[in-house]
Design a protein around this ligand. Sequence first.
Ligand SMILES: Nc1ncnc2c1ncn2[C@@H]1O[C@H](COP(=O)(O)OP(=O)(O)OP(=O)(O)O)[C@@H](O)[C@H]1O
Ligand SMILES: [Mg+2]
Length: 232
Amino acid sequence: MKAKTKIISFHNQKGGCGKSTLTVLTANSLSQDCDKKVLVIDIDMQYSIYNTRQDNIKRFGKEYQFSYDIEQSNIENFWNIIKEKHMHYDVILLDLPGLLTISPTEKDKISKILYLCDIIIIPVKPGIYDIKSSITYFKTLGKYKELKQKKGGDIELHCLINMRKNNRLNKIIRPTLEKNNLSVMQSEISDFFDYEEKKLHEVSILKSSNTNPKTKNEFRTFIEELENMINQ
Ligand SMILES: Nc1ncnc2c1ncn2[C@@H]1O[C@H](COP(=O)(O)OP(=O)(O)OP(=O)(O)O)[C@@H](O)[C@H]1O
Ligand SMILES: [Mg+2]
């Protein structure tokens, strides 16, 4: 039995900020570079992670040893999967839908799942509205954190600047988030085309031969920062 399974979610109320991409990149790297046993639970109705794995099983064949496992789940069945599987993994990554696209009842159910997480990373895309809505969302999750702390638990809650571009916003995004008392991870993820390509494969960015060194260095810094949180 594992010492303590860490449940992690990249989550934001907004869509398209990189939740699924970061989930897959992290699952590959934690399993291949950090020797962690990893399960991804795909709870997003689009099931893009689960469906991509199904395509890859067809491409590589059933005998191929994938470095991490994937379960497809709806919101209700999630609790059964967690109960049955959590003890077999070091890390469970949850890919959830954004909250703005779902009904209030579903929103409530997603909130209960988020409350269970040990680590929540809010990916923030550089954009004025993305920054503003991430500040609001961080404060909402901050209330979950406080509640959990009162009950003797905790949630590590941080923003991660994703798809950073070399423009004016790049300079103001971190100070704006920090000025609003948000915790922001030191590492940042640039807007790089090759992140998109690697997502389709089952290879860690750090192991892939055609990823440029700058991308690798940036991702290595991120995974080290995350691994420190996991090992705490
Ligand atoms: N750092 C990055 N560099 C380049 N492209 C990125 C990066 N992160 C995400 N993307 C791209 O941005 C798009 C949205 O990413 P993704 O689907 O992961 O977001 P999401 O938050 O899961 O969206 P949804 O809310 O629809 O589930 C995708 O085309 C993805 O490949
Ligand atoms: Mg997604």
